[in-house]
Design a protein around this ligand. Structure first.
Ligand code: F0G
Length: 344
């Protein structure tokens, strides 16, 4: 399948002949979740964004941001990141043959993401500070130097990510519109992008879905109504205290008649396990915040058909899985021991 820019060129700001940096992102599976549906009393679908080339939804935005940077003559890109943006930027910059620097909170990003950024050859800077400070600094850096900023403050990131909404409409069809989208919220770019995608498709669907955003309780500025100085959550991808697109996210929520709520780390982990154990779907903890939100708050009135955007692959963060999963059973190398080990 062709990459996003080629598939949706008529709805993206790219002209024929513009350079396209792609890894054939998008076209991710939409999987029905029977056990979750039963538990919630609705029809629940999972948009598996971890199936993108670098394992997260960021690739949708990054194909556009890096293609735009190359078109504008940039030879270097930079981002602040809790991990996934860094992994994606590093991969697309490698593909484009340009330089990439990523600024991450030191010691606070999942190891799979770090591995990606390093192996794709980015300059990986471990900041003694959190994501919000990193974002402030890269904004300053990109103003002072000829280096393109590829965080979701870059409008091309939102353009690329809005295509996830297009895919949902295509896959479900106009006869079966969604009632709601559940999505985890960090820097608030993705919820903004989905809403833009749905809004641009208003003529194709019978009704607009409600946007249900979920933040981690220790990093919930949009729920609290003010920035959080020291955000804390084990869902490290959404450990953000001052979201750059917070106002747009709140607008998406209010325009759509949705809501923004928070979930505790414990609730996130319960949803994370439930998805892996009951649905066979392994996402990262930050992605499971959307499902946790539905398990805790239930489906809003009038919502029957809902999609949860599962934003990143579980393999991004192997430590969390190993820590909370069932332990490993040691076993001698003979049949009797294996029989005991297997049947207990
Ligand atoms: N889920 C995952 C797996 C993420 O990596 C992020 C954000 C989000 C949800 C929230 O999306 O920021 O658009 O509201 N990760 C960014 C990063 C911040 O640097 O990788 P958002």
């Amino acid at each position: 399948m062709a990459g996003l820019i080629e598939r949706y060129r008529d709805r993206l700001p790219f002209a024929p002949g513009d350079p396209v940096i792609t890894l054939d992102e998008g076209a991710t599976p939409l999987v029905h979740a029977p056990r979750l549906s039963e538990r919630l009393g609705g029809e629940v679908w999972l948009k598996i964004e971890g199936a993108n080339p670098t394992g997260s939804f960021k690739d949708r935005g990054m194909t556009c941001a890096v293609s735009g940077a190359v078109r504008d003559g940039s030879t270097a890109v930079v981002c602040a990141s809790t991990g996934n943006t860094a992994a994606s930027a590093a991969a697309y910059a490698a593909r484009a043959g340009i330089t990439c620097a990523v600024i991450v909170p030191d010691g606070k990003i999942a190891r799979g993401k770090l591995a990606q950024a390093v192996i794709h050859g980015a300059r990986v800077v471990g900041l003694k500070g959190n994501f919000d400070e990193a974002l402030r600094l890269v904004r300053e850096l990109s103003q002072a130097h000829p280096i393109a900023l590829v965080n979701s403050v870059n409008p091309l990131r939102i353009e690329g990510q809005k295509t996830a909404a297009f895919e949902l409409i295509e896959t479900l069809g106009p006869q079966r519109p969604l009632d709601a989208l559940a999505i985890s919220v960090g820097n608030a770019g993705n919820i903004t992008a989905y809403w833009k995608g749905f809004s641009e498709s208003a003529d194709q669907i019978e009704r607009m879905p409600k946007m249900l955003g979920f933040q981690a309780a220790g990093a919930a500025p949009l729920v609290l109504g003010h920035a959080v100085e020291q955000p804390e959550t084990l869902a490290s991808a959404i450990r953000i205290g001052d979201p750059a697109r917070g106002e747009e996210a709140l607008l998406a929520v209010s325009e759509s008649g949705g809501a923004i709520n928070s979930v505790t780390d414990e609730q996130i982990l319960e949803a994370y396990r439930f998805l892996a154990d009951q649905e066979g779907v392994f996402c990262e903890p930050s992605s499971a915040a959307s499902v946790a939100g539905l398990l805790v708050h239930g489906l809003p009135e009038g919502v029957e058909r809902i999609v949860c955007a599962l934003t990143g692959h579980g393999l991004k963060d192997p430590e969390t899985a190993i820590e909370i999963g069932e332990g490993i059973i040691p076993c001698e190398a003979n049949l009797a021991a294996v029989e005991t080990a297997v049947w207990g």
